[in-house]
Ligand binder design. Structure first.
Ligand code: HEC
Length: 160
C-alpha cells in the first residue's frame, strides 16, 4: 500500500509538472505567434481597436460642461462687431447724452467743443475712455475698444 501511494504520488507530481510546463510553453507560443502574425504596427492597431471596443457607449453631459460650452459661445465679442464707424457708435451709445446735452454733455456744436479741443483730440479720447464728470468710462459701454472710442470722438468733433 505504501509503495503504491508513493508511486501514485510520483506519477501524479510528474503529470502536474508536465501540465504546468505545457501551460507555460503554450502561453509563450501564443504570445510570440500573436506578435509574429500582426507585427508591431498591427499590434498598435489591434490595441486601439480593443480600446475602441471598450469605449463607453454613451457619455453623460454634466451641467458643468454644458455651462462651459454656453459661456464659450457667449464669449464677449467686440461691440458693434468691432466697427470703427464713429457715427454708428455715436448713434447707439453717445447720442443719449450728447444730443440733448444731458448733465452738461457737450452737444455736437462748435461752441461746446472749441474750448475742449484746445487740449488736443488725444486728451478728449483719454477722458472719453476713462470717463469725466457725469460721463461714465466709454459712455457706459465697457465693451468698446480704445480705437472705437477714438473713432467716435473723431466723428463727434470733426469740423469743430
Ligand atoms: C451718460 C451720458 C453720456 C454718455 C452716454 C456719453 N457721454 Fe460723453 N460726456 C458726458 C458728459 C456729462 C460730459 C461732460 C463731462 C465734463 O466735462 O465734466 C461728456 C464729455 C465728453 C467728452 C469731452 C471730454 C473732455 O475731456 O472734455 C467726450 C470726448 C465725450 N464725452 C465722448 C463721448 C463718447 C465717444 C461717447 C459714446 C461712446 C459718450 N461721450 C457718451 C456724458 C455722456
Amino acid at each position: 500500500m505504501k509503495d503504491q501511494d508513493s508511486i501514485f504520488f510520483r506519477n501524479f507530481s510528474m503529470l502536474l509538472g508536465f501540465l504546468v510546463l505545457l501551460t507555460i510553453v503554450l502561453a509563450i507560443t501564443g504570445y510570440v505567434m500573436h506578435e509574429d502574425i500582426l507585427g508591431d504596427k498591427e499590434m498598435e492597431k489591434d490595441r486601439s481597436a480593443i480600446a475602441k471596443t471598450l469605449e463607453p457607449v454613451a457619455k453623460v453631459n454634466t451641467g458643468d460642461v454644458i455651462v462651459a460650452q454656453v459661456e464659450e459661445e457667449k464669449a464677449p465679442t467686440a461691440a458693434f462687431d468691432g466697427s470703427l464707424d464713429g457715427k454708428k457708435i455715436y448713434d447707439n451709445v453717445c447720442t443719449a447724452c450728447h444730443s440733448s446735452g444731458a448733465a452738461g454733455a457737450p452737444k455736437l456744436e462748435a461752441a461746446a467743443w472749441t474750448d475742449r479741443m484746445a487740449g488736443g483730440i488725444d486728451a478728449l479720447v483719454t477722458s472719453a475712455i476713462n470717463g469725466k464728470g457725469a460721463m461714465p468710462p466709454r459712455g457706459g459701454r465697457a465693451d468698446l475698444s480704445d480705437e472705437q472710442v477714438k473713432a467716435t470722438v473723431e466723428f463727434m468733433t470733426a469740423g469743430f
